[in-house]
Design a protein around this ligand. Structure first.
Ligand SMILES: CC(C)(COP(=O)(O)OP(=O)(O)OC[C@H]1O[C@@H](n2cnc3c(N)ncnc32)[C@H](O)[C@@H]1OP(=O)(O)O)[C@@H](O)C(=O)NCCC(=O)NCCS
Length: 156
């Protein structure tokens, strides 16, 4: 049972970046050491962004990127260690999936190293057939000049 004061919020602007940085440093091995500025960019370019609060304490977070119809990916799902095992994590993922940007999407992807069982309970299935990854940062040094001039809009 979720405590009555636990609240789910879906506004990007309501995320306290300093608390989020602390939550990631404590509980998310893949997201340690992220800067406030980079977190701001990631959130500005994600929708939905769902945060979970116990009063003014940030105790959970998840975000997704979605084209609204074909494909979406869920990122950075985390619940504070003090609050795990109470159904909040699954409710968080269900809240992401229920968002209008996610609800009609044909396929929802996510990457997980250790939490397959948690996601299986929600309905996700292992999928070895489609996954590839590019280490884009190590590619920067020999990046070819693009043919088009991009409009810089990231993080605005
Ligand atoms: C994974 C995480 C978000 C789960 O949050 P939570 O609030 O503890 O999850 P819930 O209480 O909603 O669990 C829902 C169900 O999944 C099960 N479950 C949760 N984590 C599990 C795990 N690692 N292995 C097996 N089952 C798990 C619970 O027992 C529960 O089962 P039930 O419905 O039969 O009672 C949380 O453990 C966490 O933040 N972990 C560290 C960050 C992380 O690894 N995030 C995922 C990155 S992809």
């Amino acid at each position: 049972m979720t405590s009555p004061q636990i609240q789910f919020r879906d506004r990007q602007s309501e995320v306290d970046l300093y608390q989020l940085q602390e939550l990631f440093n404590m509980s998310a091995f893949w997201a340690k050491g992220r800067s406030i500025e980079d977190l701001r960019i990631a959130i500005a370019n994600s929708d939905p962004v769902i945060s979970v609060w116990d009063g003014e304490r940030l105790i959970g977070f998840a975000r997704a990127t979605s084209d609204g119809i074909y494909r979406a990916t869920i990122w950075d799902v985390v619940i504070h260690p003090d609050y795990r095992g109470n159904g909040i994590g699954s409710k968080l993922v269900e809240t992401v999936l229920a968002h209008p940007k996610m609800r009609w999407v044909e396929r929802v992807y996510l990457m997980t190293t250790h939490q397959q069982k948690f996601y299986e309970k929600i309905g996700f299935q292992a999928n070895n057939s489609t996954t590839m990854v590019l280490d884009n940062q190590s590619r920067m040094s020999y990046l070819a000049t693009p043919e088009i001039q991009f409009q810089e809009s990231l993080g605005e």
